[in-house]
Design a protein around this ligand. Structure first.
Ligand code: 5GP
Length: 192
């Protein structure tokens, strides 16, 4: 898969780091021409989430079928559920001539880098692990066991920041969003 028609941007970061909030700040910026690639997942829909907006919610069988038919750019199993990027989603955005934004975890990003070496990879880190724990607990959407699993996964993910081109600290949402804006603009100017 080539990267001719715009940027393929990957944003990763541990659970609770505020990726969603930072992405909300930049996604509608007309200068960035971003479209969010909606992933497929087998996890339960959280309160406030919407089909086709946050995720495409599918059964394990549906997910495995799409994956086995080669319909995913990347995929992973994260805390007991499958998550993946539908190729059709990425193609759709590229046809519109827009930059694709993927919000995926680290293993998925490694697969993207293999297929699209010039993908623009950004990792968001929390100001501290304690702060991350507070944010995950503050969300109050998961059982303690899941919180623990997400924290353990977060600690492992934080060791992988060296795999990313840029690391941005989300101490202040507006500042983190501004830094990411500058990074994307810089790469857009190089592309066009
Ligand atoms: P959550 O359940 O909190 O929505 O997402 C859990 C993790 O899965 C997050 O780190 C998120 O970035 C990641 N994720 C979401 N969609 C995808 C995807 O399509 N592929 C991969 N590899 N990870 C994803």
């Amino acid at each position: 898969m080539s990267n001719e028609k715009g940027l393929l941007i990957v944003i990763s970061g541990p659970s609770g780091v505020g990726k969603g909030t930072v992405i909300k700040e930049i996604i509608d910026d007309p200068d960035l021409a971003l479209s969010y690639s909606v992933s497929m997942t087998t996890r339960e829909k959280r309160a406030g989430e919407e089909e086709g907006v946050n995720y495409y919610y599918v059964s394990r069988e549906q997910f495995e079928q799409t994956r086995d038919e080669g319909g995913l750019l990347e995929w992973t199993e994260f805390v007991g559920n499958y998550y993946g990027t539908p190729l059709a989603e990425v193609e759709r955005i590229r046809k519109e001539g827009r930059n694709v934004l993927l919000e995926i975890e680290v293993e998925g990003c490694m697969q993207v880098k293999e297929k699209v070496p010039d993908a623009l990879t950004i990792f968001i880190v929390p100001p501290s692990v304690k702060e991350l724990e507070n944010r995950i607990r503050g969300r109050r959407t998961e059982a303690e066991e899941i919180v623990q699993q997400r924290l353990a996964k977060a600690t492992r993910e934080l060791e992988m920041t060296g795999q990313y081109r840029y690391v941005v600290c989300n101490d202040d949402v507006k500042l983190a969003a501004d830094i990411i804006r500058v990074i994307i603009r810089h790469h857009m100017e190089r592309e066009f």
